[in-house]
Ligand binder design. Structure first.
Ligand SMILES: Nc1ncnc2c1ncn2[C@@H]1O[C@H](COP(=O)(O)OP(=O)(O)OP(=O)(O)O)[C@@H](O)[C@H]1O
Length: 234
């Protein structure tokens, strides 16, 4: 089943003379096993698209479906539960909770859903981002890059079907940045769907499809070349 679907989505920010068409009729489907990168100049609507996909914002018109359910049809409470279970976010502002340790931050979405053995899962997720031994540290006891990896671990933990990432490698050196993309890729290869907003073509190269936005519309889409096509190129 299609994990994320946007149907003719428009989002106008503001009203009257100052109104901005942040998204101007976007349709998009992301399937299980697919990593889609979104690129485009500043102000082209990338963050708006990600916020709508994650149910953090609502379209002015059009529909956003996750796992076949229209997010706008859910009550606030249902939407919160839907998001927590199915959607993982890695945003530029990491949203780590300062009073919780790394492991507690990572386990939080599971704890809120009453999942057992959340601590064990959180420690495993932390070790996957090379943070063995950091479980009991608080965010302010970690570097920016380490905090970013905690945020990645929190986004990928559990049965998330959709992962939304906004420049997830922002504060990381290039080697750690590559680790993050590899983790995202392997989550997708295991059956999740992901949307990655990036300004960096090297990061977009990890995607199956790259969508280019300008002024709230899709101006180009590039598909990852099939190896066979590459081999047959003279
Ligand atoms: N809350 C808001 N109120 C008014 N205008 C907004 C709001 N959020 C975004 N916009 C406007 O909508 C347009 C799209 O913004 P958006 O943040 O989605 O772009 P972006 O491509 O993510 O930009 P960047 O790469 O700089 O993060 C811009 O013109 C922006 O100024």
């Amino acid at each position: 089943m299609t994990v994320l679907e946007l149907r003719e989505v428009h989002r106008v920010h503001g009203t009257g003379e100052t109104a901005v068409n942040a998204l101007d009729g976007i349709s998009l489907q992301v399937e299980p096993g697919e990593l889609v990168a979104v690129m485009g100049p500043s102000g082209s609507g990338k963050s708006t698209l990600l916020n709508l996909a994650g149910g953090l914002d609502s379209p002015t018109s059009g529909e956003v479906l996750v796992d076949g359910t229209c997010l706008q049809s859910l009550s606030r409470k249902q939407l919160a539960a839907w998001r927590r279970k199915r959607i993982g976010y890695v945003f530029q502002d990491l949203n780590l909770i300062a009073s919780l340790t790394a492991a507690e931050n990572v386990a939080l979405p599971l704890d809120l859903d009453g999942v057992r053995k959340s601590r064990q899962q959180a420690e495993k997720a932390l070790s996957e981002v090379d943070l063995n031994g950091y479980a009991d540290r608080f965010p302010d006891e970690m570097s920016g890059g380490q905090q970013q990896r905690v945020a990645i671990a929190r986004a990928l933990i559990g049965e998330r079907r959709l992962v939304l990432a906004d420049e997830p490698t922002g504060a990381l050196d290039s080697r750690t940045g590559e680790t993050v993309l590899r983790l995202l890729r392997s989550k997708v290869d295991a059956g999740a769907a992901a949307v990655l907003v990036t300004h960096d073509a090297r990061h977009a190269a990890w995607a199956d499809r790259v969508i280019f936005l300008r002024d709230g519309v899709v101006v180009d889409v590039s598909q990852r070349d099939q190896p066979e096509e590459l081999l047959s190129t003279p």
